[in-house]
Design a protein around this ligand. Structure first.
Ligand code: 5GP
Length: 210
């Protein structure tokens, strides 16, 4: 029987963006169920909770003043204004998970993704889109959580977001959730094989020096 080797590695930052309605949330939940060593960052936002959303699970729902204090106190890894609301990633839980060797998923917009890539060039940017604009419109209308005005705003925003696609490392077209989730899982697994994340000295000393 082969001896299994244990590698000491830092976690990776996996940024997932895509238009509202692209299915990125569903894909992330599927990945969390299937993969170990994965941590989903819970963002802070000033938008109102949608029916069924829970504080501390889906988002930290904050007032503008509370959010602005987090910005001032440097507690956010990145933040952006989307659809007139603040959204941001609390820094501490992300740093803590990465130092424990967990890959951290940030489900954030294109502005936030650009900031993260700037500050952490080793991060991986994945863009998820539905097969067409028509399909996106159908999904946004079908989920019935937003008003017609809000849907129009989200579609207009999607057209702007898609222009940022060339900055991403990977594109995953979500025409079927299981297939799209499997592609994202493959990307995460492939990225775990990069030696940059490995404690190379530890690996060589333990397994290769006689
Ligand atoms: P929603 O209101 O539909 O949950 O999210 C709206 C948009 O905000 C989505 O594109 C989502 O990815 C983005 N978003 C959620 N959390 C964050 C965050 O922490 N930072 C940034 N920059 N965008 C976020």
């Amino acid at each position: 029987m082969k001896n299994s080797i244990s590698l000491t590695r830092k976690g990776n930052l996996i940024v997932i963006s895509g238009p509202s309605g692209s299915g990125k949330g569903t894909i992330c939940r599927a990945l969390l169920r299937e993969m170990s060593d994965l941590h989903l960052s819970v963002s802070a936002t000033t938008r109102q909770p949608r029916p069924g959303e829970q504080d501390g699970i889906d988002y930290y729902f904050l007032h503008r003043k509370q959010f602005e204090k987090m910005i001032a106190d440097n507690q956010l890894l990145e933040w952006a204004e989307v659809y007139g609301y603040y959204y941001g990633t609390p820094a501490e839980p992300v740093r803590e998970a990465i130092s424990r060797g967990k890959d951290v998923i940030l489900e954030i917009d294109v502005q936030g993704a650009a900031k993260v890539k700037n500050n952490y060039p080793g991060c991986v940017l994945i863009f998820i889109i539905p097969p067409s604009r028509h399909e996106l419109e159908q999904r946004l209308t079908g989920r019935a959580t937003d008003s017609a005005d809000e849907i129009r705003r989200r579609l207009a925003w999607a057209e702007r977001e898609i222009k940022e696609l060339p900055k991403y490392d990977y594109l995953v077209i979500n025409d079927e959730v299981a297939a799209a989730a499997s592609k994202v899982r493959s990307i995460i697994i492939a990225e775990r094989c990069r030696p940059a994340l490995l404690d190379i000295n530890d690996f060589i000393t333990r397994y290769w020096l006689m």
